[in-house]
Design a protein around this ligand. Sequence first.
Ligand SMILES: Nc1ncnc2c1ncn2[C@@H]1O[C@H](COP(=O)(O)OP(=O)(O)OP(=O)(O)O)[C@@H](O)[C@H]1O
Ligand SMILES: [Mg+2]
Length: 284
Amino acid sequence: MEQYPVYRGKVRNVYDLGDQLLLVASDRFSAFDVVFQERIPGKGKILTEIAAHWFTILPIPSHFISVHPADFPEQFRNADFEGRSMLVQKAKRIDYECVVRGALMGSGYKEYASSGTLAGSPLPAGIRQGELLSNPVFTPARKNDMGHDENISIVQMEKEAGRELTQKLASLSIELFQFAAQRLATEGIILLDTKFEFGWIGEEIILIDEVLTPDSSRFAFKNDYEKAIQQGQQIPTLDKQVVRDYLESIAWDKNPPPPPLPKEIVDRLMARYETMKEKILCIT
Ligand SMILES: Nc1ncnc2c1ncn2[C@@H]1O[C@H](COP(=O)(O)OP(=O)(O)OP(=O)(O)O)[C@@H](O)[C@H]1O
Ligand SMILES: [Mg+2]
């Protein structure tokens, strides 16, 4: 049987089929760039379904080809791959995570709290953690082969990648963010932040990787969000936040090995992935 080179990412296994890739989402879970021991049963299938749905409705060209096993090479037409695998066009990846923030959370808030800026650009004073920004902001991170991705300013990205490419990726990212935020709003969900990846196919820039999943985005129900903001509480996001908060509560230093996750946390995480899937699949 023919063998294909495989790259094992934190969450996905990527099989190199030549001009195409097969992205296989496992049930592994990562936070702060560390993979945990526990499996989240069903998570890989949910991520694949969510991303596939977005690719079919987003308004820009993407790498998406198919999630149907009949379209996969022979060796991948079995239960290990079914439902969790996506056949895509292989692109030359542009090595930046194109993050867009609609609210000040996580590392975006940390930058603002320490320097009053976001991706190097000043913001008005007095914005609280979790608060929505008047406009979504492009806050790139450089993908490093070793170690963690690194947040950089837009000016720094322009220096490295060129002004034209940076501006192009920023405007595509913001356009996608606004499209998705508007659609999610119809389901009562706020898109707080998300990240996109892009690649080249010849001269064309296309959207690659996963999109608008709970692994790559922060979402919150509008009602929960508004209550939390009014009461000055943590925003109850529909994604990894349940784990991030748990990890902050036990003051883990974010270096491997990861601590065990209590069953209650795993269950809450699974429920959140399920909820997000149901909501997103309703969007047209
Ligand atoms: N169409 C594509 N063409 C080329 N590379 C792609 C494409 N789609 C996704 N990728 C890359 O495939 C890999 C998917 O693996 P995954 O995201 O699970 O790994 P990861 O551990 O998060 O690594 P990384 O930090 O590189 O994203 C990523 O490196 C992603 O950039
Ligand atoms: Mg990745």
